[in-house]
Design a binder for this molecule. Structure first.
Ligand code: BJ8
Length: 426
């Protein structure tokens, strides 16, 4: 990584703070991922991506910029990657999952705010995130109140913050709003990139994005097997890398991993013994390096077999229809696809419970762990009705609310172990 110091300086990073972040990230990765037993060989690619997450990948972004392509950073799965690819742009996810420089974040934001937002601000104010600094446009969106208002504070700190207004109800008017906003976003991308979106470029963008989604769906399907051929931690990592790797290389690497996992399933090989208690995660997204709860679960005698989350199936389960000969037709397909995302900012949001139940059945899960980040009102409030609906359907459910600190790790472990014992009927 030392080869990249000049690049980081050119991006304006604070090298001392950045070194500290890399060292925390590196040792957490070593402890959590590299110490797992019986990992698939195919995870080596993702280990490499993570070891170069601020190195080679950033160099690729800088090379893309030098070749005249734009880099578009975003914080939400409502930002359509298809449109960014249609102007030959590079899409990167910017959400942050570490308790880093919260003091800096709390100088401009309230303490009682979701850690995901505080983390993004901590990274920005601490000048440690090369993805933020490399982005030509940062796209915010009107989802939860925390993000919506925080973008107002972020605006003067970045060179070009573009906000997409999003509907909060799945109504006809809501869909029209989404269409109007995506049309405006297309114009913004065309202007920033000096490229025109055509039916051909949009179709290509849809196909590339669908390719990623199909690959992670293939990975998800393999997790139905008992024994599970891959840990929940490794599967989460793949879903996290989804947001910033080169899309074609990512798709090829996930498919290569799946080829290997298919062999494992055929031979009845897994990462945990057959019969290990299987849980489904549901709730807030887990951005890199937020691995706390999955690590506790998978070191407490259970295996995670799916994620109903935006870093997981909520973000990837729908494909965009590629049929259509005009930009207008293809854009309608994009709107149809994104309007299905059942984020808790929508009211009401009944399809989410249906999806959790469906995933519970599909992945042969035995319990659901609902994960809310502290102060995330949409998911915390929704977790009550979700738990009630699941328990009514005889699905054991545990509701957790936590942050990015390690302070509650012991308490979480006790609760998760008790939940596993409940599932096992002990
Ligand atoms: S579509 S889940 S990515 S908004 S955790 S910042 S909701 S207070 S991230 Fe999300 Fe888009 Fe929805 Fe998905 Fe707010 Fe909650 Fe924090 Fe959140």
């Amino acid at each position: 990584m030392s080869n990249y110091r000049q690049m980081w300086l050119d991006l304006g990073l604070d090298l001392e703070a950045h070194d500290a972040l890399l060292s925390i990230l590196g040792s957490a990765y070593q402890d959590i991922f590299l110490s797992q037993k019986n990992r698939p060989e195919g995870m080596k690619y993702f280990d490499f991506v993570m070891s170069e997450v601020h190195g080679l990948r950033i160099k690729e972004l800088m090379d893309a910029k030098a070749a005249g392509r734009i880099v578009v950073g975003s914080y939400c799965v409502f930002v359509p990657e298809e449109l960014i690819l249609a102007v030959d742009g590079v899409s990167v996810g910017l959400c942050a999952g570490a308790e880093f420089n919260f003091e800096g974040a709390e100088e401009v934001l309230p303490r009682n705010l979701c850690p995901l937002i505080k983390s993004a601000f901590g990274f920005k104010r601490g000048l440690v995130c090369p993805y933020v600094e490399a982005s030509d446009i940062i796209v915010g969106e009107n989802t939860c109140d925390g993000k919506k208002k925080a973008y107002e504070v972020l605006s003067p700190m970045v060179k070009d913050l573009y906000i997409i207004d999003l509907p909060q109800m799945k109504s006809d008017i809501g869909k029209m709003l989404l269409k109007g906003e995506y049309l405006k976003f297309m114009a913004k991308l065309e202007d920033a990139s000096a490229r025109k979106i055509t039916a051909e470029t949009l179709k290509k963008g849809i196909e590339i994005t669908n390719g990623k989604r199909k690959a992670v769906k293939r990975l998800a399907d393999l997790r139905k097997a008992d024994p599970a051929p891959i840990s929940g931690l490794d599967a989460l990592l793949v879903n996290q890398v989804f947001f910033y790797d080169d899309p074609l290389r990512f798709t090829a690497s996930v498919n290569a991993l799946c080829d290997e996992l298919e062999e494992r399933v055929k031979k009845g090989e897994g990462v945990f013994p057959k019969g290990t208690t299987r849980v489904l995660m549901s709730g807030c997204p887990m951005a890199v390096p937020n691995w706390k709860v999955p690590l506790i679960i998978e070191t407490s005698g259970a295996v995670i077999v799916g994620e109903e989350s935006c870093v997981g199936e909520r973000g990837t389960q729908w494909l965009t229809d590629v049929k259509g000969d005009t930009v207008a037709e293809l854009l309608d397909n994009i709107i149809d696809r994104y309007f299905q995302i059942d984020c808790a900012v929508f009211t009401p949001n009944p399809s989410r419970v249906d999806h959790v139940k469906d995933m519970f059945d599909r992945y042969n899960a035995q319990g659901v762990i609902h994960y809310s980040l502290q102060f995330c009102h949409p998911y915390i409030v929704e977790s009550g009705p979700v738990e009630a609906a699941l328990e009514k359907a005889s699905i054991p459910t545990l509701r957790l609310e936590t942050d990015y600190s390690q302070e509650d790790a012991g308490q979480l472990k006790t609760r998760i172990e008790a939940f596993r014992e409940r599932i096992e009927g002990k």
